[in-house]
Ligand binder design. Structure first.
Ligand SMILES: [Mn+2]
Length: 380
């Protein structure tokens, strides 16, 4: 009887070893299966745009020279963003990108970046971190903690630009530059702009200024233009702002000055991904949590708004079968194992574009209303 059990156990062990070796064999493979029912089955099946070398490098830039930087304020905040941070970390582990979480309450960090507003402090902290890691890190993808990778069939390098040191993007639903994410080449230009932006905390107008997201518009004004008159052309609107509508009027004014068509500024060193281009991240609720292969990251993935009604909007639904991403195995299993989708959220690129076009047109109209209110010409 004992020998029967022994043989039985040995058999199980052999089966387990074979299964596990197969698993390890698959583990460093970028190939990734999309569910059969998906509308782009066959097209995105196995990430045809990526070869296995994407696990090491893309466009001549090594993955391990790139860091995804996330700033967190406290434990509660981190827990609220845990699903998003896990989606991102799982992706990064698989591809060998670095993930850096900056704790804004850290004593050393708080001493270096004493900015009283955490939104400004995070950009100071990022610039300081970049400075300290110049020898090992060439690029930083800074993201809000509630941004997560929904579709791992993209590399971060895809969104780089040869001339641009710093890349920001326009939001879809209004006419703001988003402050929550940027791609920064680890250069003096990038670090200086981030510091300049962070230090705007010390010279904010005594108004409803919109924190770092209001200030980035003024930083752009001051970087783009030569004369004080040009730099301050919209400032009075920021200075008198008492409501979000006032703030939006200021931002509309700055967008006209930059021109909504321009993409590159400062000899190409500063780039804006405008609404007609495809950036690396967008808000999840713009498409009711649906996504397509053009999408890489989604924003707004907080637990407090997941699968539940929120009076302030921004609700979203979890789009995976698995409830969580197990970071202990993310680096060593196939992507298809971790990213198992609920196919009812997968739509085509054209469908995503049509959702976004609704928001683009709406934002365009809202901007012209705001411009009219401050006596400025509408934009085409
Ligand atoms: Mn956010």
């Amino acid at each position: 009887m004992a020998s029967f059990y022994f043989r039985y156990a040995a058999c199980l062990a052999v089966v387990f070893i074979i299964y596990w070796s197969y698993y390890l064999y698959l583990s460093k493979n970028v190939k990734f299966e999309v569910p059969l029912e998906s509308p782009f089955f066959g097209e995105v099946l196995n990430c045809p745009n990526l070869s296995n070398s994407a696990l090491i490098q893309s466009n001549g830039i090594l993955n391990n020279r790139i860091a995804i930087v996330i700033a967190i304020t406290d434990k509660e905040f981190a827990l609220n963003c845990a699903p998003a941070m896990n989606m991102t970390s799982c992706y990064a582990l698989h591809f060998g990108y670095n993930v850096v979480v900056l704790n804004l309450q850290n004593i050393t960090l708080a001493a270096e970046c004493p900015h009283g507003d955490k939104y400004f402090r995070r950009h100071c902290a990022t610039a300081k971190w970049m400075e300290k890691n110049q020898d090992t890190i060439d690029y930083v993808l800074f993201i809000d903690a509630d941004m997560g990778v929904v579709n791992p069939c993209h590399t971060i390098q895809e969104y780089f630009d040869d001339t641009a040191d710093l890349i920001f993007y326009d939001r879809f639903y209004d006419f703001e530059i988003a402050a929550g994410s940027y791609i920064a080449k680890n250069t003096e230009f990038s670090r200086n702009l981030l510091k300049y932006w962070a230090d705007y905390f010390y010279k904010l107008p005594n108004s409803l200024h919109g924190s770092d997201n209001g200030a980035i518009h003024q930083v752009f004004m001051e970087y783009l233009f030569e004369t004080p008159a040009e730099k301050m052309a919209c400032y009075h609107l920021w200075n008198i702002s008492k409501s979000y509508d006032d703030l939006f009027r200021y931002q509309a004014c700055t967008q006209v000055k930059y021109s909504t068509k321009n993409r590159k500024f400062c000899d190409g060193k500063l780039k804006l991904v405008r609404k007609d281009a495809i950036g690396w991240v967008r808000d999840v609720w713009l498409t009711q949590s649906k996504w397509s292969k053009r999408d890489f990251m989604l924003h707004g993935l907080k637990i407090e708004k997941m699968n539940r009604y929120s009076p302030h909007g921004g609700e979203w639904k979890w789009m995976f079968y698995r409830k969580t991403f197990d970071l202990d195995v993310c680096g060593s299993v196939p992507l298809s194992f971790m990213y198992k989708y609920n196919v009812s959220f997968v739509i085509t690129d054209a469908e995503v574009a049509s959702y976004l076009n609704y928001w683009i047109n709406r934002a365009h109209d809202l901007m012209n209303v705001a411009l009219k209110e401050v006596g400025m010409e509408p934009v085409a």
